[in-house]
Each structure stands twice: as C-alpha cells, then as structure tokens.
Design a protein around this ligand. Structure first.
Ligand code: CA
Length: 237
C-alpha cells in the first residue's frame, strides 16, 4: 500500500500510546477519558516511581507528566526519562510557575500546559509534539537553490521531483556545500572533511567530484549551483 493508501491508518496519530502520570484522581480520569475518546491509548499511573517502572518495560509514544507529584518529584521523573530515551514529554504544571517551565525545558520537556487547561489545548499540543517527534526533523533535509533537497538519513537527493543518483562522495560534497551555504569552501577543507586528508596540492580528485556533481545537478535542471571562487574554493549561494 502506498503512502497515501488506506493502510496509513495503522500509523495514524490515533494509534499513539500515552503514559499519563498524574496523582490527582479527577484530572487523571478526565484526561484519560478525553484522550481515550480521541483514539489514543492512555496508560494512567499515579506516581513517578510507577511510571519509570512501567516505562522500562513498555515504551510509549508520548509521556504526559504532572510536575507536582508526591514522592519522586516530576522534574526528577523527567530527568530520569531523559537519561533513558528521547520520548516526547509534555509537562503539566499547576502553578504555571515560569521557573518550573524553564527548568522543565532544561531537562528536556518538549512542551507544557498550565493547569487548569482546556482539553482542546492539550489535544492540540499532544498532536504537535507527536508530529514533531515522528515527522522528519528539519535538520534531516538540507535545501539548496533550484529546489535541491538532500535527505540526510535516507541518503537521497532531489531536484524538484527528480531524484539524483549521486555516489556517496558526491553526496558528501553536496552536503558540506549546502550545510554551509554562502561560505567559500577550499578544496583542502572538502578533502579533509570527506576523504580525511589534505590535498597536498593535488586537487584533481576534488575537482573531478565537483565536476561530476555539477553535471548531475545540471542534468536535473539545477544549473550553476556550485560556484567556483577562483583561487579560493567552491560555494553554493
Ligand atoms: Ca499533582
């Protein structure tokens, strides 16, 4: 089934599991029921100890954490979760104290809601956090002129809708140039970064790779993307 096919539902947000850590009975019930009715699988627990124990056995897609917990403090739960994984954590803070929020972000919370919150706001924030966690991260795609896109994890290169077939070295050359757009990069620098050694005055292999890369880009419609700055190096504007 293709990406837009009907099996997409299997990976839909609705399938996400949420570990809810909340000592307040009423809030726990209300949030569990509300999020459950939106199709999420909610696992409610009442303490940080219980949450960490459960998390070590059952990974979840998102943690919804009340900071004001008896026993192990919420901030400590967050710290221990972060030490183990980068699961998205959405913090619920009662006082709305700015200090709590700031230190929450220091410890790696992805977002927060201030109690009392509207369920609609909670839902919106959960969706946003899940989307950021599961979608491509911005740094995974490098953009260049002429709609060049380098998908770093997939190792794929596109000009518009056309996919380019670059060798690993050509890919790396383009990656260095695109990640430092507007900078002139000397052949020596490219060589050290990609081949692991300086050119020692013989730049032919660097020039050859840049030349083949230019050819492939031009063939796909991305012309004059890599500029030569004479006597200095290469640059993508
Ligand atoms: Ca509480």
């Amino acid at each position: 089934m293709n990406r837009n096919g009907s099996h997409e539902g299997v990976r839909a947000w609705g399938a996400a599991s949420i570990l809810l850590i909340e000592d307040d009975h009423d809030v726990r019930e209300e949030v569990s029921v509300a999020l459950g009715s939106l199709g999420w699988e909610v696992i409610p627990v009442t303490s940080g100890e219980e949450a960490l124990d459960l998390y070590s056995r059952t990974p979840v897609d998102l943690v919804l954490l009340d900071l004001g917990l008896p026993g192990l403090p919420g901030m400590e739960v967050l710290r221990q979760l972060r030490a183990r994984s980068d699961v998205p954590v959405l913090v619920m803070t009662a006082a709305g104290g700015l200090e709590d929020r700031v230190s929450g972000f220091d410890f790696g919370a992805d977002d927060y809601v201030v109690k009392p919150f509207e369920l609609a706001e909670l839902e919106r924030r959960i969706r946003a956090v899940l989307r950021r966690a599961t979608g491509p991260r911005p740094e995974d795609v490098l953009h260049g002129p002429s709609d060049i896109r380098l998908h770093l994890r997939a190792h794929e290169t596109y000009v518009g809708v056309r996919q380019l077939h670059l060798t690993p070295k050509e890919f790396q050359v383009l990656k260095v140039l695109l990640s430092r757009r507007g900078e002139v990069i000397a052949p020596d620098e490219l060589s050290v970064e990609i081949w692991g050694y300086e050119t020692f005055g013989s730049r032919n292999y660097v020039e050859a790779h840049v030349s083949r890369l230019r050819g492939k880009l031009a063939e796909a419609g991305a012309v004059d993307v890599i500029n030569t700055v004479r006597g200095v190096g290469y640059m993508v504007r």
